[in-house]
Design a protein around this ligand. Structure first.
Ligand code: F6P
Length: 461
């Protein structure tokens, strides 16, 4: 239970490294410096390439960027105050205002700093400072320090990608003959594949290889008991209660938005889900949302998105290549669209979106369903706060609800709401690391248009 002094106006405090030994503390003490060291090493290993491309200017930029990043690592490890950003990127003002907001919240007595301020804020800030170190050093400003890991994760998952594309081809072949129940069965499978695809992120492993090697469809039944909240039936009924009629005669959503998380295998699982929604007639249009700068090691940027589709097209595997061409054609025809927005790479809780990024909120309001992939999106949905596990998902969203939404998330941070009474305690006694190991997952839904849904977990563990 939460103690009275752990809430402000009934809202629990943000998770923070202030709590020694907490996952936030260990992340900031151990994981983030490791990531920074790898970033420095990556830039250094590219020295010759920078020289070949830009001559002495490239070498100087490499040295300067490394020096800024070493300074950043030192600031982090010695809990120095968070500094204003100094580059010219579109979001600088918003970041600097957020720092002031954070300072007001903490009061004048204490600086906003790595171990004392909200974990969500300082972790996002680290990735933004990495970007600043490069932006301040043209000609290497556009260098994606995480690119190698993302491409490797895709290439090492190739067996699993082929298995998924073969499965998709089978669905395409038989689609016309499927009963509604068969369609539902496949819908659940592609939804769960996209859910478990979220296991493969590189920031939880501090950049260590973390690809998918087994056949994703075959693993699903053994993973089922680890889904703590499963609202997939509500997702299905939302798609089916939308006004349009799809090709197969079932009701179709006009638009599904997918807020992407990681590149590599997870992105392929999202593309497979999007393909299924469109080809089955469950949705007419898919809008993907990615990041406008390299983020949390493996998050999807526009470049990763295009690269993944090109690689899929170029495969020697017949069904993989066919899928790639299909995806390219969806993009050309506008059936699929890709967007990015600076808000996704800012530190705000999503309940701030309507006020701080009204254009993005307005965009999401056009969707019949918004799928939020991954752990970081879940942290932002719930504000990364120390919620009691039985608090309803709708309450933790604190007014955020541009459209019916669903989080597809494997648990990698210690925030989880919407569980049954006793479920969290049972999990803790059984497996103390259940919230951070990536072993458990949720498919958690909220429909702002029908407040009557009970947003508590429905799976007895
Ligand atoms: O890729 P995801 O699922 O958003 O996970 C991001 C990861 O970064 C973290 O923020 C930890 O640093 C965790 O929440 C999670 O491990």
């Amino acid at each position: 239970m939460m103690a009275a002094d752990t809430t402000v106006y009934g809202v629990p405090l943000s998770l923070s490294a202030r709590v020694t030994g907490s996952f936030a503390y260990l992340t900031i003490r151990d994981r983030l410096p490791t990531i920074l060291t790898k970033v420095i090493d990556t830039i250094h290993r590219h020295k010759n390439i920078f020289f070949e491309e830009y001559g002495e200017e490239g070498i100087n930029a490499e040295k300067q960027a490394i020096s800024l990043l070493s300074k950043l690592r030192n600031e982090l490890q010695t809990d120095k105050p968070v500094l204003e950003l100094t580059d010219n990127f579109q979001d600088v003002e918003s970041w600097n205002q957020y720092l002031q907001r954070q300072q007001r919240l903490q009061g004048d007595q204490e600086s906003v700093s790595w171990f004392k301020s909200p974990w969500l804020y300082v972790e996002c800030y680290m990735y933004r400072r990495i970007h600043e170190a490069l932006l301040l050093n043209p000609p290497i400003s556009n260098f994606d320090v995480f690119n190698e890991g993302k491409t490797q994760s895709f290439l090492e998952s190739s067996q699993a990608v082929m298995a998924l594309c073969t499965y998709l081809e089978d669905i395409h072949k038989n689609l016309k003959n499927f009963s509604k129940n068969q369609l539902l069965e496949h819908f659940n499978k592609v939804l769960q594949v996209s859910l478990w695809g979220n296991k493969c992120d590189l920031s939880i492993s501090a950049g260590q290889e973390n690809s998918q090697k087994n056949s994703p469809i075959e693993s699903l039944s053994s993973l089922q008991p680890f889904i703590l909240v499963d609202h997939s039936n509500l997702v299905w009924s939302t798609l089916n209660s939308s006004p349009g009629l799809g090709e197969s005669g079932i009701k179709a959503a006009d638009r599904v938005d997918i807020v992407l998380d990681n590149a590599g295998f997870e992105l392929v699982t999202d593309l497979v889900l999007a393909d299924f929604l469109v080809s089955s007639g469950l949705a007419r249009q898919i809008h993907f949302h990615g990041k406008s700068l390299p983020w949390f090691v493996s998050d999807v940027t526009a470049n990763d998105f295009q690269w993944t589709i090109r690689q899929t097209m170029a495969s020697n595997h017949k069904w993989m290549s066919k899928s790639g061409y299909q995806w390219q054609s969806y993009l050309k025809k506008g059936v699929w669209c890709y967007h990015d927005h600076p808000f996704w790479t800012q530190p705000h809780e999503f309940c701030d979106m309507a006020a701080d990024a009204p254009d993005l909120y307005g965009t999401l309001q056009k969707a019949d369903l918004v799928l939020f992939k991954g752990d970081l999106n879940y942290r932002k949905l719930t504000g990364d706060r120390d919620w009691d596990h039985t608090v309803a998902f709708s309450s933790a969203l604190r007014g955020f609800g541009p459209a019916p939404l669903c989080s597809l998330r494997t648990l990698k941070a210690n925030v989880q709401v919407g569980l049954q009474p006793g479920q969290g305690e049972k999990l803790t006694s059984h497996d103390p690391n259940w919230m951070t190991s990536g072993k458990y997952a949720v498919i958690q839904f909220y429909n702002p248009q029908s407040e009557k849904f009970q947003m508590t977990g429905n799976v007895d563990f």
